[in-house]
Write a protein that binds this ligand. Structure first.
Ligand SMILES: [Mn+2]
Length: 239
């Protein structure tokens, strides 16, 4: 049996150019294809109540938390800065439910981009609301409109981490974010940083959580490290 991975989705809640007033739950195809290629069977979990989150977790072997909106600073007790972008309290609360249930039921979690930020906020850390204004001498962390799979900045990894086993001591990754982990939640080890100190990955081997700020799902088709990261996550589930 392939491990079943529940993907936390995004949703449209306003009229949009392509979908008009069809309000859909969705995820980007490359999250799905990366998990399929790594040997898993992904299911998309629609955004629902926090109570429903726990029931969804009962039906999957692991959770993938994906990119999207800025995590509400309310989750870590801060008022928003003017640079804080779109927040979605419904999604935040639902993913909080997914995280808490997955940990309670000893199911592994992988977080990507917003995923690392919601994990950190829910589990007791704080985030930078806006890297350019809050991190001194910050490098560029938003490569848009450069190709999604193009690696644009370096990371240095931490010895003993799963991330270093896969990526080596230093590597180039892509970058599409203006927020990041600030104070690290208890239980996590920082496993990669950018040259400006911005946290690019962390993990908690005890709770089987691996999280990255970059986007391996956009690189997995062209980059062996990114593909291997998904394989390693899937293997975590099988153990
Ligand atoms: Mn970055």
């Amino acid at each position: 049996m392939k491990p079943i991975i529940g993907i936390g989705t995004n949703h449209l809640v306003r009229p949009s150019e392509h979908m008009d007033t069809n309000y859909v739950d969705y995820t980007q195809k490359n999250y799905v294809s990366s998990l399929v290629d790594a040997g898993a069977l992904p299911f998309l979990i629609p955004i629902a109540t926090p109570q429903a989150a726990a029931e969804y977790v009962d039906h999957v072997d692991a959770i993938l938390l994906t990119g999207g909106q800025d995590v509400s600073p309310r989750l870590y007790g801060e008022d928003p800065l003017p640079q804080n972008g779109l927040n979605d309290w419904t999604r935040d609360r639902f993913e909080q439910g997914l995280i808490q249930a997955a940990i309670a039921k000893h199911k592994p979690i992988m977080g990507i981009c917003r995923g690392i930020q919601i994990l950190n906020a829910v589990l007791g850390g704080t985030n930078y609301q806006d890297i350019p204004t809050q991190v001194p001498n910050a490098i560029g962390h938003n490569q848009f409109p450069t190709a999604w799979e193009a690696p644009v900045h370096q990371i240095k990894t931490t010895s003993g981490s799963l991330l270093q086993q896969i990526y080596g001591t230093a590597e180039w990754v892509n970058s599409f974010h203006h927020q990041s982990v600030h104070h690290v939640a208890p239980g996590f080890t920082v496993t990669a940083t950018a040259a400006d100190g911005v946290i690019e990955a962390m993990e908690d081997q005890k709770r089987q959580i691996i999280a990255v700020q970059f986007h391996p799902e956009m690189m997995a088709a062209t980059d062996t490290h990114a593909a291997q990261l998904f394989k390693a996550f899937v293997e975590t589930i099988q153990n």
